[in-house]
Design a protein around this ligand. Structure first.
Ligand code: ADP
Length: 311
C-alpha cells in the first residue's frame, strides 16, 4: 500500500465493552438469578471494523471516544494490540460505551446498549483529528455515534480522494444529505429494508430497494445476505452480481458483517476489482461466523488466503 497516506483506512465510530453473562433464563422483574462468570469482550461496530481491516494488513486509524474508566483502558489497549492507531481516540467524562448482554440456555441474546462516550463524538472531534481527508484512502462509518457527526465526516471526506464507506447499522432511516456524500453503502437485508421501506426477501427485492436508494446519490450498494453471500448493485452497472457465500460450519455470526466490511475495504485498497474484493469479504465474513464472539472471531490475512485456496 502507498506510503504517502497517514492511514489507509480511517474509522470514525464506536468503541464498546461487551459485558456478556450466560444464564439459565432471562431474569424476570424483581428476580435475581445466578449466571456464569462475566466475559468482557471488546466490541462496538467502529472498533470491530477497525480491527477487521488492521488484521488484513491495512494501516488503520480511529476517531472516537471512550470513558476515563477501566473499560476505556481495556478497549484502547486492545486496539493497540491489533495495531490500530489510537492517537485520535479521546477520553471523555462519560462512561465507556457498554453492551450488557445476557445469553440464555437456548443461545438467545437480550442486550442493553449504553452509548456513553460514543454519544459524545462530535464534528469538532472529526475536525480536530482528521489530518485532511486527502491523507487517507478510505473512511469507514457506521451509525453508533451521533448522526450529525457521521454526516459531517462523510461531507468532509467526499470529493477528496478518500472513498466513503457507510455501514448503516444499527438500522434507521437516513437523511438525503448523507446519501449524497458516500461511495459505498453496505447494509444487511434488515437494514436495507428499513432504509428503503421495501421489504427485502430475495435478490429481486434487494435490487429494487438498492436502486431506489441510489436515486438519492451516486454510490454503489453491497447487500450482505448472511449464508446467501452478497449482492453487488454497482452504480455503473445495470446488471447486479450475486457473489455466493463460502460454505462453513456456523458457530456464531456476531461481527460477520464487520469482518466483511473490513475485508472489503482492505481488499479494494490492495487493488482488487469490486467483484474480487466482495468475494474476499465473503471469505472474511464466513470465517468470522465459524468462531464465537466479535473481535476474537475476526480473521487475519493469512487465515483468509489459506481458506480461499482450500475453498
Ligand atoms: P450482519 O452480521 O451485518 O447481519 P450478514 O449476516 O449478512 O451481516 O453477514 C455478513 C457476511 O458474512 C455475509 O455477506 C457473508 O459473506 C458472511 N456470512 C454470514 N453468515 C454466513 C454463513 N452462515 N455462511 C457463510 N458466510 C456467512
Amino acid at each position: 500500500m502507498s506510503h504517502t497516506f497517514k492511514y489507509d483506512i480511517l474509522v470514525i465510530g464506536s468503541l464498546n465493552a461487551d459485558l456478556v453473562v450466560r444464564a439459565p433464563h432471562f431474569p424476570r422483574p424483581g428476580e435475581t438469578i445466578s449466571g456464569d462468570d462475566l466475559q468482557i469482550i471488546p466490541g462496538g461496530k467502529g472498533a470491530n471494523q477497525a480491527v477487521a481491516a488492521a488484521r488484513q494488513g491495512a494501516n488503520v486509524g480511529m476517531i472516537g471516544r471512550v470513558g476515563k474508566d477501566g473499560f476505556g483502558d481495556v478497549l484502547l489497549q486492545n486496539l493497540k494490540n491489533n495495531r490500530v492507531d489510537i492517537s485520535d481516540v479521546e477520553r471523555d467524562d462519560a462512561s465507556t460505551g457498554t453492551a450488557i448482554i445476557v445469553v440464555d440456555e437456548a443461545g438467545q441474546n437480550s442486550i442493553i446498549l449504553s452509548a456513553g462516550a460514543n454519544g459524545k463524538v462530535t464534528r469538532e472531534d472529526v475536525k480536530k483529528h482528521s489530518p485532511g481527508f486527502q491523507a487517507m484512502q478510505a473512511v469507514l462509518l457506521q451509525l453508533e455515534i451521533p448522526l450529525e457527526t457521521v454526516v459531517f465526516a462523510a461531507q468532509s471526506s467526499f470529493g477528496n480522494d478518500a472513498l466513503v464507506i457507510l455501514n448503516p447499522a444499527p438500522a434507521r432511516t437516513l437523511p438525503d444529505e448523507l446519501f449524497k456524500v458516500i461511495d459505498y453503502l453496505i447494509p444487511n437485508e434488515t437494514e436495507l429494508s428499513i432504509l428503503s421501506g421495501i421489504q427485502v426477501t430475495d435478490l429481486a427485492s434487494a435490487e429494487k430497494a438498492a436502486r431506489s436508494l441510489q436515486e438519492h446519490g451516486n454510490f454503489s450498494v453491497l447487500v450482505t445476505m448472511g449464508g446467501n453471500g452478497a449482492l453487488i448493485v454497482d452504480k455503473f452497472d445495470h446488471e447486479i452480481k450475486h457473489i455466493p457465500a463460502f460454505k462453513v460450519e456456523v458457530a456464531d455470526t456476531t461481527a460477520a458483517g464487520d469482518a466483511f466490511i473490513g475485508g472489503f475495504a482492505s481488499a479494494l485498497l490492495r487493488g482488487l476489482k469490486v467483484e474480487e474484493a466482495v468475494k474476499y469479504a465473503n471469505a472474511c465474513g464466513a470465517l468470522a461466523a465459524t468462531k464465537f464472539g466479535a473481535q476474537p472471531s475476526l480473521p487475519t490475512k493469512e487465515e483468509v488466503e489459506k481458506f480461499i485456496k482450500q475453498g
